[in-house]
Design a protein around this ligand. Structure first.
Ligand code: KG4
Ligand code: ZN
Length: 340
């Protein structure tokens, strides 16, 4: 059974995972390690690229050692090495990609350059092993992407965001509301005590036929609501926070669910797969599940540990490429704007 070591370092998480598997079978995650930099970047309210790459360099070697130890294996037993080659921050991508190439060269094993978005897209299928035709929605900090998937490697873009990504909208609105970075989980937590119908926020581009998204108007609507309710400071009143968060979150969810289901119907697909950091949101997952149950659509999403950036999803994509007999040249560059 082939074993693969994968490295993810596209943004602020350094991650290493070791997986084994066989074609068509559920992949086994033997270890999945993450050195999170969230605390470091929180004080700056977002990711600082130079700090991120410096910390990838510091964390990578110990993480590889821990991953090997926890998987009870050694470098000589690894059959292929994979790393994220894009999209992401160039100085961050370089660290993981160079490390994986070095490991491949030193062991004489193949190197696989993996698209981070393909990692997210395939993450709901790690436990299944096979990837049926479906409509995929990737919602992360950098992307909101709706795709038709015929099979691994055959992706057709149906829609994407015209401005902010869904996660970016969560992060920016959280910042406006004085909540810490990253904003998504904070908004979800605060929304728990709130009424999603308290504020009437816009559901952008719902009426036109396009499958694109736009969240900039929603963000502005939250800002105007803040200045309306507290003209002197423009700051939210503490008692408004739960309702603001719940109403904002619901507006995002309504658009994501409606457009994805519309896309599945339009493409004649009976499976929807949701992935990316925002897919951790329980209200979003529940809304998708409910709507898919009502419409007779199978709904799949990644397990929580595979939603935000991690190396196991890169490893699973790597395994599928490896099974297909692919390998990347060692002079394969990183691609900060790599499309899917
Ligand atoms: O996939 P990811 O880890 O990184 C990117 O590739 O961008 O996604 C991070 C994004 C952040 O914007 C974060 O606020 C959002 O996912 N996020 C959430 C939740 N947990 C993380 N958004 C909404 N609700 C959550 N529970
Ligand atoms: Zn990501």
């Amino acid at each position: 059974m082939p074993t693969l070591l994968a490295i993810e370092s596209s943004c602020d998480e350094t991650a290493v995972a070791i997986l084994s598997g066989e074609p068509g079978q559920p992949a086994r995650i033997l270890s999945s390690e993450i050195a999170s930099q969230i605390e470091l970047h929180r004080q700056y309210g977002g990711v600082v690229p130079e700090l991120a790459s410096r910390n990838h360099s510091l964390h990578l070697r110990p993480l590889v050692e821990t991953a090997l130890r926890n998987a009870d294996t050694d470098l000589c037993s690894i059959d292929a090495f994979a790393a994220t080659s894009g999209p992401g921050l160039s100085s961050s991508l370089l660290i993981g990609s160079t490390a994986a190439k070095a490991l491949a060269v030193s062991t004489g094993r193949p190197f696989l350059a993996i698209n981070h978005l393909e990692g997210h897209l395939l993450s709901p299928f790690v436990g299944l092993g096979e990837v049926p035709p479906h409509v995929a929605l990737i919602v992360s900090g950098g992307h909101t992407l709706l795709l038709d998937v015929e099979m691994p490697g055959r992706y057709r873009k149906l829609g994407s965001t015209l401005d902010d990504a869904a996660g970016e909208a969560f992060d920016k609105v959280a910042k406006m509301l004085g909540l810490p970075y990253p904003g998504g989980p904070e908004i979800e937590k605060t929304a728990m005590g709130g009424n999603p119908e308290a504020f009437e926020f816009p559901r952008s581009m719902m009426k036109d036929k396009s499958l694109d998204f736009s969240f900039a108007g929603l963000k502005t609507a939250v800002l105007y609501t803040l200045t309306d309710r507290n003209p002197e400071t423009g700051q939210p009143k503490t008692e408004d926070l739960p309702d603001l968060c719940a109403s904002f979150q619901q507006a995002v969810i309504d658009v994501l669910v409606a457009k994805t289901v519309r896309a599945a119907r339009g493409r004649g697909r009976d499976t929807i797969a949701l992935s990316g950091g925002v897919s951790l949101n329980r209200t979003l997952r529940n809304a998708f599940q409910k709507r898919c149950d009502a419409d007779g659509i199978r709904f799949l999403t990644a397990e929580p540990g595979l939603c935000t950036d991690n190396a196991a999803m890169i490893g699973f994509a790597g395994l599928l490429h490896h099974f297909a007999g692919q390998e990347s040249p060692l002079d394969e560059d990183i691609h900060p704007n790599l499309p899917l």
